[in-house]
Write a protein that binds this ligand. Structure first.
Ligand code: HEC
Ligand code: HEC
Length: 329
């Protein structure tokens, strides 16, 4: 064997070993990650009853500005879905039908149906419960009552028949409960697969080295104590400011709903699917840089000062949760 051949063979073997080692490392990381996370399930809870007619009606309602008092605002005004938008308006807080600004940031509707509860303070139990509220909220869509919404829809030519086909046998078919259910049915189709799902399903090459380092740090510094499951969050209500107070103490979270002192500053653990696309962050929209938000989480939730390389790696990992086909705002 010539020297050159030997060198070539040695090099080839070295490359092969390097290749398999890193594939092995990815496999180990996948196994570890599966203790905390899972790929996005096929369907959201409740989707079994969602017929195409019900989903189509829900979509029509979701985009219809006539569900607001002065025909200026639909669900999609604050939870944008067109042109690859990530289910948010990317504003710190959103203007309502009459221009008044609410106090909380609009969270994404994408994948929301897998959460344990809805709203930053978790006050709605599910999508249908949630969907009825903004329409009647005076600083959101501002309709005066459920009956007023139904009376208005009854005068619009396309709705009475669409409710009858979406809710066959229901008497009356055109009701506020069915409106909520139809919007929820549409929202249950808002599911976004990401590269993280490919990784968890066994494709070690779906995440770059830096993204894998970020995932490792996310687990080792214990972000997973709160952010876990298929949405990397959305399953718990937790104190915001476990180790150090959150800057803004005006909004006391679940306390505003329960008036129970132990709920002061308790918020739903935000889901992190698409988080890199849904800024600004936090319930008050005060976080304008994702790296700073990650650093704040380390400091106030875990009493950890994260090094900037670690912050960068975690931010890189969070980008792998972006839905395929969605666009940076
Ligand atoms: C004026 C802007 C605005 C409009 C219009 C609006 N929303 Fe929202 N939405 C928000 C804000 C702000 C929150 C958070 C409020 C809170 O937590 O108290 C929210 C919360 C939600 C959530 C909870 C998500 C989560 O992760 O907790 C869902 C789902 C949702 N909205 C769907 C809808 C639907 C469906 C409609 C139409 C019927 C709608 N929204 C209309 C601003 C809006
Ligand atoms: C003790 C529980 C807990 C721990 C630990 C935790 N978080 Fe959070 N996280 C929360 C809660 C609660 C919120 C919602 C904050 C709010 O209401 O403004 C949140 C919000 C976030 C947000 C903003 C989401 C958005 O849509 O605005 C990001 C990003 C985030 N966390 C990342 C992390 C990272 C990275 C770590 C680890 C360094 C971490 N979190 C550790 C509970 C936790």
């Amino acid at each position: 064997m010539s020297r050159i051949t030997k060198v070539a063979i040695t090099l080839f073997c070295a490359l092969l070993i390097a290749g398999t080692t890193s594939a092995d490392q990815s496999d180990r990381l996948i196994r570890k990650a599966l203790r905390y996370f899972s790929p996005l399930p096929a369907a959201m809870p409740g989707a079994e009853n969602d017929t195409p007619e019900r989903i189509a009606l829900g979509r029509k309602l979701y985009f219809d500005k006539r569900l607001s008092k002065n025909d200026t605002q639909s669900c999609a005004s604050c939870h944008r879905l067109e042109d690859g938008a990530a289910g948010v308006d990317n504003l710190p807080t959103s203007p309502g039908a009459e221009g008044q600004i609410g106090t909380r940031n609009s969270p994404t509707v994408l994948n929301a149906g897998w959460q344990k509860s809805q709203f930053w303070d978790g006050r709605a139990t599910d999508l249908a419960d949630q969907a009825g509220q903004p329409i009647l909220n005076p600083i959101e869509m501002g309709m005066p009552s459920e009956q007023a919404v139904i009376d208005k829809l009854a005068t619009l030519p396309e709705y009475p028949a669409a409710f009858r086909t979406a809710f066959p046998g229901a008497e009356p078919a055109l009701s506020y409960a069915n409106l909520r259910e139809a919007i929820a049915a549409f929202e249950r189709t808002l599911r976004t697969e990401s590269r993280f799902d490919d990784f968890l399903r066994g494709d070690g090459s779906a995440l770059s080295e830096q993204e894998q380092r970020g995932l490792k740090s996310f687990m080792s510094v214990n972000c997973v104590r709160c952010h876990d499951g298929p949405l990397v969050g959305g399953t718990l209500h937790e104190t915001l400011g476990v180790e150090a107070p959150f800057d803004n103490q005006k909004d006391q979270g679940r306390f505003e709903v329960t008036k129970d002192d132990k709920d002061r500053m308790v918020f739903k653990v935000a889901q992190l699917r698409n988080v890199a696309l849904t800024g600004p962050w936090f319930h008050d929209g005060s976080g304008s840089d994702l790296g700073d938000v990650v650093r704040t989480m380390g400091r106030i939730q875990l009493a950890t000062e994260l090094k900037s390389e670690v912050v960068d790696d975690i931010v890189a990992f969070l980008h792998t949760l972006n839905g395929k086909g969605l666009k940076t705002p």
